[in-house]
Design a protein around this ligand. Structure first.
Ligand SMILES: Nc1ncnc2c1ncn2[C@@H]1O[C@H](COP(=O)(O)OP(=O)(O)OP(=O)(O)O)[C@@H](O)[C@H]1O
Ligand code: SF4
Ligand SMILES: [Mg+2]
Length: 324
């Protein structure tokens, strides 16, 4: 059984100006111990999707479709059950989370809190677990007595990862966990996440706008555009041989680690992401697509097979499949 199943999930924010369809009909599954990367440029709906998974969205957000965690419907959970699930079964490292640490409480107390709140340890046991967790994320035990301002950005992000690991969850959702860090520290934190999830058999959903980072850490990749998944498949294939023109542009925008040619010539994508309240008709990518056909402005695209274990939402992919 899959650990996580998303079936036709949509999220719509209701604001004074109208409705914002931030996530549109996303279906994905994640097996136990697997790592799924979710990529897409700013505003494509990545964080909204992540928050929907643990019902962390504001009240003005409507969620349609079904989200099953360990076979349990997230929407049907009582608040008590939901609280137990957050942290203990699935935890989330938020975008810029390192700034969310309480400035006036010691690191150790903050890491111990979920253990005590969920009754998973007594104070003495929690202290021992904090030492263990700090070691796992590469920080010395004495750091438990430090305050957040005494740590660097990278060290604070390690603390956030320790907090996410505290209750031994089955799933960690990491939303741009390294965006605010410099390249060297970013690489260290990513390696750390990769090792920890592999070592402890934790499933991972990692969100980033950087496909190369995700391809390095995750087995599967989903590329989002304007709230939809436009390509999904094994990460090496999606990154090195993308089928959707947007995924191609995204892959070309970031240099491949260890490939000097791509480092010297990263390519960008013209135009801006669409306003979700004024989505283009047909394929939402058509105003920016370098290979758009006249029919793209009116054809309803869907995810078509794009090779073994792969799907992509582009008429060229459909035509290729039909021809083969
Ligand atoms: N609370 C909210 N109310 C209304 N609209 C929102 C709200 N939060 C996000 N949105 C809109 O939903 C869309 C998706 O936002 P989201 O934060 O999920 O994108 P993202 O892919 O995580 O972007 P980024 O890479 O910048 O973090 C955007 O158009 C955003 O403006
Ligand atoms: S369906 Fe058309 S506009 Fe959309 S990605 Fe494919 S070619 Fe481009
Ligand atoms: Mg985000």
């Amino acid at each position: 059984m899959s650990l996580l199943e998303l079936d036709d999930v949509s999220v719509t924010y209701r604001i004074a100006a109208g409705e914002v369809p931030a996530v549109r009909g996303v279906s994905l599954t994640l097996d136990s111990g697997a790592a799924l990367g979710v990529a897409g440029e700013s505003g494509s709906g990545k964080s909204t999707l992540a928050m929907a998974l643990l019902r962390l969205l504001p009240r003005d957000a409507r969620v349609d479709g079904r989200i099953l965690l360990g076979g349990e419907d997230i929407a049907a959970m009582t608040w008590g059950r939901l609280r137990a699930v957050r942290w203990a079964e699935a935890s989330i490292v938020f975008q810029g989370a390192q700034h969310g640490l309480n400035p006036v409480r010691r690191i150790g107390d903050q890491i111990a809190e979920p253990l005590l709140v969920h009754g998973l340890a007594k104070p003495e046991g929690a202290r021992k677990r904090v030492t263990e967790l700090l070691e796992q994320v590469g920080l010395p035990a004495w750091r438990a007595r430090s305050y957040p301002h005494e740590l660097s950005g990278g060290q604070r992000q390690r603390v956030m990862i320790a907090m996410a690991l505290a209750c031994s969850p089955r799933l960690i959702i990491a939303d741009e966990p390294t965006t605010a860090l410099d390249v060297m520290v970013q690489a260290q934190v990513l390696t750390l996440i990769k090792e920890l999830v592999a070592e402890h058999g934790i499933s991972l959903i990692m969100i980033s706008h950087d496909l190369s980072v995700l391809a390095d850490v995750c087995d599967q990749l989903a590329v989002m555009y304007a709230g939809r998944v436009v390509e999904h498949g094994p990460s090496a294939q999606v990154f090195h041989d993308p089928r959707h023109p947007y995924a191609k542009a995204l892959a070309a925008a970031f240099p491949t680690v260890g490939d000097p040619a791509s480092r010297m010539a990263p390519q960008g994508l013209g135009g801006d992401p669409p306003d979700p309240m004024q989505l283009p008709t047909g394929c939402a990518f058509h105003p920016r697509c370098p290979v758009a056909l006249p029919e793209c402005a009116s054809t309803d695209v869907e995810l078509w097979p794009a090779g073994p274990g792969r799907v992509a939402a582009c008429v060229h992919v459909r035509a290729k499949e039909e021809a083969s």
